[in-house]
Design a protein around this ligand. Sequence first.
Ligand SMILES: [Fe+2]
Length: 455
Amino acid sequence: MKTQLAETKPTAIADLYQQVRARTLEIVAPLEIEDYVIQTAEFMSPPRWHIGHTSWFFETVLQKYQPGYRIYSEEFLFYFNSYYEGFGARIERPKRGTRSRPTVKATVAYRRHVDEQMTRFLESVSDRDDAEAILWIVRLGLEHEMQHQELLVYDIKHLLCDQFDAPIATAPRSIEAVSGMAEVEGGLFELGYPSGMGVPPMNHAQDAHATSYDFAFDNEKPQHTVFLQDFLIDRSLITNGDYLEFMNADGYQDFRWWHSAGWEKVNQERWQAPLYWEQKNGEWMIRDFAGLHQVTGKLNEPVSHVSFLEASAYAKWAGKRLPTEAEWEKAASFSPASNSKRKFPWGPDEPDESRGNLFENSLWSVAPVGAFPKGQSAYGCQQMIGDVWEWTTSDYVPYPGFKSEFDEYNDKWFVGQKVLRGGSFATPRAHIRTTYRNFFHPEERWMVAGFRCAK
Ligand SMILES: [Fe+2]
């Protein structure tokens, strides 16, 4: 059964362009002008930078494909480039908040200029021989912008947290208790994005108003066979209550549970709890977009803002381990009954409010365990899509046979990072699927990351 949202979802690149670009401005709308330029940590970026940088991406498309396009501003090219060597010099990331220029007003004007140019450009694309290649890069630009929308949520949380006036919807209740581990049979498994899961990308769209083709990043391909042992995987995400037990058992004080790099971090950074946890009169509290809450009122919610190092320590303490990405993907996508893989845990239909907590749910927070039984996988695992990105033990490396489809996009990050799966409450619905591979460094925890265990 299709939902109303799925039916109204834009199906053409030009429509998707309008929708995605508007969404970015909706996210930042509650900010005051002063909020746009502050950088609170090396890893975050000022909101003004995100709205300029996502426009810069499309300006590089115009530079390459629009004959006679004139660069808007050399200064903007320098400030809004992120890490692309191919596009020349750029400001260092930790210094993005050290400048008051370009101003917010100038950045919004730049954004408007790029939108006007892009709208006109997309109208003319269909007449060109290279239309498919252009629409593919525009689609990448929109997926890139959706990634930045999620980063904006993380960065605004770091900047303002409960001082930000987020349009928060009423949280859903837990509908059923979720406990235990699902048994998943081993054997051969096809890991990665299958060409049959959607319409193959390169032989479909003729123009910007043609029906949308399905999208996957190059790092999810090619699909290939892996062998899995039989395994068990938690039906539910690890909760604040579970994690508090680890803390109360002196988990942060006991070297036995930690990787060497983890124990070093615990001592260097004096970690005692996940990020955004603070102690008040001896009691643990969690600060989020809605305020400061007692952890005891959030025991049944997934733990979030933990690093890979903390997730691993918890798993070892619990006598378990983190899943590999192949185990996670099988538990999330495979249906033994039909002997096939599905784009989402529940099947091929796009996510909606009843199946998972993604950005459009407007919770700006995790939802309690058991709130989305309709979204469970064939093995009975819940909340695999949405709520929190889930750490896996897998290193972020190319799949065998990997072919880079985008310069300097995914392939330059294939060292020293871990794979996370499933999306979070800040991930747009149109941006997620079970084969999606996110990646962060093992010690990072400012993003919305949690985990479930395997055995
Ligand atoms: Fe970017």
